[in-house]
Design a protein around this ligand. Structure first.
Ligand SMILES: CC(=O)Nc1ccn([C@H]2C[C@H](O)[C@@H](CO)O2)c(=O)n1
Length: 102
């Protein structure tokens, strides 16, 4: 059965256009595996909007985030750190989920 992942509505266009190719999550979403297909829906209303294929899941510390991660999120590094701090306050151990649209 296909597993699911949600994104905030404001990231939908960037995902569909291919501008956003990673997402950075906490350990509760670190269980996805390379090659797995995920059904993607909006966090706010549960609406399905695409399927992605997981390319890799890699641990990263907040302090290790780089401009490359930010570019893959279609953000500046400051914006990315701000977003992550709002979603996961005080959390240092994160996971980079790399993906492409199927
Ligand atoms: C429920 C939940 O946590 N949903 C999330 C978490 C993260 N994102 C996005 C925001 C940033 O682009 C990256 C980094 O966390 O992932 C999200 O859309 N929804």
């Amino acid at each position: 059965m296909k597993r699911e992942i949600t994104f905030y509505r404001r990231f939908e266009a960037d995902i569909l256009s291919g501008k956003k190719t990673i997402t950075i999550r906490d350990s509760s979403e670190s269980h996805f595996e390379k090659g797995e297909l995920l059904s993607v829906s909006r966090y706010e209303d549960g609406g399905y909007f695409c399927t992605i294929e997981v390319e890799s899941v890699t641990p990263v510390l907040m302090s290790e985030l780089t401009e490359l991660h930010a570019a893959q999120e279609n953000m500046t590094l400051d914006e990315l750190k701000q977003v992550i701090s709002e979603i996961y306050p005080g959390l240092n151990e994160l996971y980079v989920i790399s993906f492409h649209i199927r």
